[in-house]
Design a protein around this ligand. Structure first.
Ligand code: GSH
Length: 208
């Protein structure tokens, strides 16, 4: 049985969503952020020295890093679901699966976290703003006429990307990117996504 360590208000909702899409049963262990620092606490560090969410206990391994977890679960338990429908799409699939955390996450998260730490300043702010614009424009253009980022069916790449688009949307970054916004809304309307939110709570702790 997969044991999923879920941190409230975090990316680990992705893995709840993945498991709900695939109809795989799992044990969920809920962890909470420190009320002041907003970081992981000892209970998550007791599972893995990095204290990151998501972390899963699977096939005798304690595994972190969303993209690897998504790929491993799809490969070992997906029975073809959420994998690219055609082998010809595999290169693009791996590229998009890794793009979310490898390239998009840092500038999006710095944009969101910057104000909490007194702003990014002109130089870093300029760099991050330029990256966010370039990357979100790229995603928006790629999604023109497409339902999913790869092929004609949903894959793990869509699940990994959604979290960062949802954060981007919260700060208005998708307002002028209609393809990305419509794609995000389609993903958020999926029954398994809604179930994941019911189980794991919202991705972000919004005031009020
Ligand atoms: N690239 C990693 C990032 C993992 C990560 O930073 N998770 C955040 C939650 S969204 C976390 O564990 N934050 C708590 C902390 O670092 O103290 C992944 O996609 O799994």
């Amino acid at each position: 049985m997969i044991k999923l360590h879920h941190l409230r208000f975090s990316r680990s909702t992705r893995i709840i969503w993945l498991l709900e899409e695939l109809g795989i049963s799992y044990d969920l262990v809920e962890h909470h952020r420190h009320p002041e620092t907003n970081r992981s606490q000892e209970d998550l560090f007791a599972i893995h020295p990095l204290g990151k969410a998501p972390t899963v206990e699977i096939d005798g391994h304690v595994m972190f890093e969303s993209g690897a977890i998504i790929e491993y679960i799809i490969e070992t338990r997906g029975e073809g679901e959420l994998a690219p429908a055609s082998n010809a799409d595999r290169a693009a699939y791996l590229e998009w699966l890794q793009f979310a955390e490898g390239t998009l996450a840092m500038p999006v998260l710095l944009t969101l976290l910057g104000p909490r730490f007194g702003g990014l300043g002109d130089v870093l702010g300029g760099f991050v703003g330029g990256e966010v614009k370039k990357l979100l424009d790229y995603i928006d253009a790629h999604l023109e006429g497409r339902e999913f980022v790869v092929g004609d069916t949903m894959t793990g790449a869509d699940i990994n990307l959604e979290y960062l688009l949802e954060l981007s949307n919260l700060v208005g970054l998708l307002d002028d990117r209609p393809n990305a916004k419509a794609y995000l809304e389609r993903l958020m309307a999926r029954p398994a996504y809604k179930k994941a939110i019911e189980i794991g709570g919202p991705l972000v702790d919004l005031p009020g």
